[in-house]
Ligand binder design. Sequence first.
Ligand code: ARG
Length: 463
Amino acid sequence: MKLWGGRFTKEENTAVHEFNESLSFDRRLYRQDIEGSIAHVRMLSKQGIVSEADRDAIIAGLEGILKDIEDGRLEFTKEHEDIHSFVEAHLTERIGEAGKRLHTGRSRNDQVALDMKLYCRERTDELAGLVKDLQRVLLGIMEEHLTTYMPGFTHLQKAQPVTLAHHVGAYFEMFERDRGRLSDLRKRMNLCPLGAGALAGTTYPLDREYTAGLLGFDGPTYNSMDSVSDRDYLIELLGALAIIAMHLSRFCEEIILWNSNEYRFVELDDAYSTGSSIMPQKKNPDIAELVRGKTGRVYGALMSLLTTMKGIPLAYNKDMQEDKEAAFDAIDTVKGCLKLFTGMISTVTFRKDAMAASAKNGFTNATDAADYLVNKGVPFRDAHGIVGQLVLRCIDRGIALDELSLEEYKAVSPVFEEDIYDAISLKTCVEKRTVTGAPGPAAMERAIRACRERLEDGSDGQR
Ligand code: ARG
């Protein structure tokens, strides 16, 4: 069934129909399409463009179609080009003449722009909720592990001791910015394109503010040509999704490392690992690997749409139909990754002993040994050299700094006293780091309180 048969003399070729159609994927916009149409016809009748009787018939017809789709009674059959044609054809089949009045003052160009925005707005809220669920789990881990010592790394080399609370807190901040990005782009997205028509508005006295209000938008879009050809909101959403995926992927990479035989910092729950078909000893971190791997297709969606849009002249062009499959896939993928990652991280066991043991060797307290000398008046550069010599001795003998005798310390610098051992204990190294943002429990407790407030005060990650 064609919406545009009037001007054509030949039947459309099957291959052309199949190449051109979008119903096979835009069918998922059926609810948004119907909601938009109901708002549009309410406005048409308020403006005296459609009678109240026709309005009521159209609304009843659309609600019937919605119910039948949701109950599985109405199938998306292949003869329809897209979801908009599908709904309109069924409406007219059901209610007759009145159905043909629905498309007054509207084009599929502003209609599809509206449907996608409504869909993206819902998914944006859903995604922000999923990010928040993950942050709640992270905050729980942070509260529980204020004094779970572990090595902090730079260049993947042990650097200075931190705590698990602090390490996980870094991810909390990343996801907080993600939530902020989603709420920021949602604001920009929230303008209604309906009434822009094909590109140049319409000659009917539409009330665009009214339709925008009915659909929960902050107002109508400003320029009708931009309204039908803008996909920035979708690119922004895909950009935010790409960043979320990147954050999840980094976290997964760490979980995979921590789960390896060499680290053994974590034990993944059986439910989130899989075995090998040949090696009986294996317990593989497949879920973390898959979340890391799926990042590629999310980046792909962003690149795909940016590339599609780069050469499109104003206003609507059919190229834009290509926005959907990639966007739907990226949205589904990130939703899935967030849910699975949250499940995985909330069931992981952290092996405190292995983390502390790892922090104890590898000289993560070397900076603190140098700071000890500085506090006793030695210039930092000299202190750095002295501790370097001590580290060299330890490496030779395969021991840690706190295993050297006081005589050995004194042999390198007479400034060392018995209190060096306390000064370089893991506990002291961490506890002394109390500046804002540092891992010391006093600083972390303040940070956790602020995280909790930000999560629950409705600020949507905006600072
Ligand atoms: N299926 C189309 C899309 O997704 C709907 C808009 C079609 N408009 C048009 N003039 N052909 O972009």
